[in-house]
Design a protein around this ligand. Structure first.
Ligand SMILES: *Cc1c(COP(=O)(O)O)cnc(C)c1O
Length: 429
């Protein structure tokens, strides 16, 4: 995305002016900002658990009331009938992921979905059995990969090829991924990478990784936990084979809320694509005939297993509506500005007369990052982080010395970023 970055200033008036000019400013009031010491906190952990949309309560209440009123009949008579509730999410999920409607569905939890997707898309043979993934993937993904190998009677060390940063570097070079794809070509079953790395905040070129994987006859899948709702996606056009995400990080849909999957129509519309099935993936017109033999709904819906968790989906529904009315394009524009402003402030602080310095490990190029900066505190430790927490900053600490901050465009302001910088300056001086 081409976007002109203004000349930033580390001052309150400048931040206020940026907020006044921000077309998304009005969305902040749609969220409940937690308070610390009776003051709105500076919340920078939307990459871990997004804030609560105020509409969430009403949305859940509507379903509870309909449950009370209708009992089981709510499946067909509730205001939003539960039988087809997941369909209310489809259009927005497709919009935010750049997919066709029949390529997405909300279901299950993220790690569970990865296993279900692997049941379809990781089918190792004697010749093709390897998986390329990123080093320092989110732990759940590492355990998922390891257990997949073991599940197929293979040794994880034979299957999993981790691509890490080169010696002395923090980021993974795309060239190194492509070289590994070439090298393992004939034996490669799958490239499976986090769209945005949870630790470094590095955004990968999913289109190019997919095309490299395809060029050697392998499939490409992505964990979009840190990408969905954060960066613009075009999963269909990029020809990604499959992907999954969670809804409680950048999508603000509540703790442990429902996950979602993308299954490219070239697999999803093929009834012979193998899968682990359940009744909710069965042809809707015949589901209640309870016949023998599975007949899949064409598309991603055919991967559903269980009937839908309505209370979780109710929050997801209103949260997705907010994101789509803000539009991913506008959110991304603001995210670039907000993240660049935070980066600018760290650079300013590095000019301050302090032994404490900040080294940003997240890529400097805006095409290679979303709304997150991971920052090494040089010459300081957790005391800096603790001091920030005491002042009402909610951020994330990773041992031994990394602070992760996500200025989230749908509710964070330029003033939030300024105030954070002001507090940090006071702490390091
Ligand atoms: C947050 C996150 C998860 C969490 O998995 P759940 O099954 O939702 O608990 C998994 N993978 C990645 C990359 C994540 O960032």
């Amino acid at each position: 995305m081409k976007i002109s970055i203004p000349e930033f200033k580390f001052d309150e008036l400048f931040a206020k002016r940026m907020d006044e000019q921000d077309p998304l400013n009005k969305f902040r009031s749609q969220f409940q900002i937690p308070e610390i010491n009776a003051k709105e906190c500076l919340y920078f952990t939307g990459n871990s658990l997004g804030l609560m949309p105020k509409k969430a309560k009403e949305a859940v209440d509507t379903e509870l009331n309909d449950w009370g009123t209708w009992g089981v009949e709510g499946h067909f008579h509730a205001k939003h009938p539960w039988f087809s509730y997941h369909e209310l999410l489809t259009e927005n999920l497709a919009t935010l992921s750049g997919s066709k409607n029949h390529e997405v569905v909300a279901m299950n939890g993220l790690t569970a979905n990865l296993h279900f997707l692997f049941a379809s898309f990781y089918r190792p043979t004697a010749k093709r059995f390897k998986i390329i993934c990123e080093k320092k993937a989110f732990p759940s993904d590492q355990y998922m990969l390891e257990s997949q190998a073991i599940h197929h009677g293979l040794k994880p060390s034979d299957v999993i090829i981790e691509i890490g940063p080169r010696e002395g570097q923090q980021l993974i070079g795309h060239e190194d991924i492509y070289k590994a794809i070439e090298k393992h070509g004939d034996e490669l079953a799958l490239v499976f990478i986090g769209g945005v790395n949870y630790y470094s905040g590095q955004l990968f070129d999913m289109k190019s990784i997919t095309s490299h994987a395809h060029s050697v006859g392998a499939l490409a899948g992505f964990d979009l936990a840190h990408a969905f709702g954060n960066v613009e996606l075009a999963l269909h056009d990029w020809e990604v084979d499959f992907a999954a995400w969670c809804s409680y990080k950048y999508l603000n849909s509540g703790p442990g809320s429902i996950s979602g999957v993308f299954i490219n129509e070239k697999h999803g519309l093929d009834p012979d694509t193998p899968r682990l099935s359940g009744w909710w993936g069965y042809d809707k017109k015949k589901r209640f005939l309870m016949d023998d033999g599975f007949q899949a709904i064409p598309g991603a819906e055919g991967w559903q297993l269980s009937n839908a968790p309505i209370l979780s989906m109710a929050v997801h529904r209103v949260a997705l509506d907010l994101h789509c009315s803000a539009s991913m394009h506008e959110l991304r524009k603001k995210s670039i500005l907000l993240t660049s402003y935070l980066e600018f402030i760290f650079k300013e602080l590095n000019n301050a007369d302090s032994i404490i310095k900040f080294e940003i490990i997240t890529p400097e190029e805006i095409e290679q990052r979303g709304s997150q900066l991971s920052v090494i505190v040089v010459g300081g430790g957790k005391d800096i982080f603790d001091a920030l927490s005491n002042e009402g900053v909610v951020a994330d600490w990773r041992e031994p010395n990394v602070i992760r901050l996500a200025p989230v465009p749908i509710y964070n302001s330029f003033s939030d970023v300024f105030k954070f910088g002001q507090l940090l300056k006071k702490i390091i001086l």
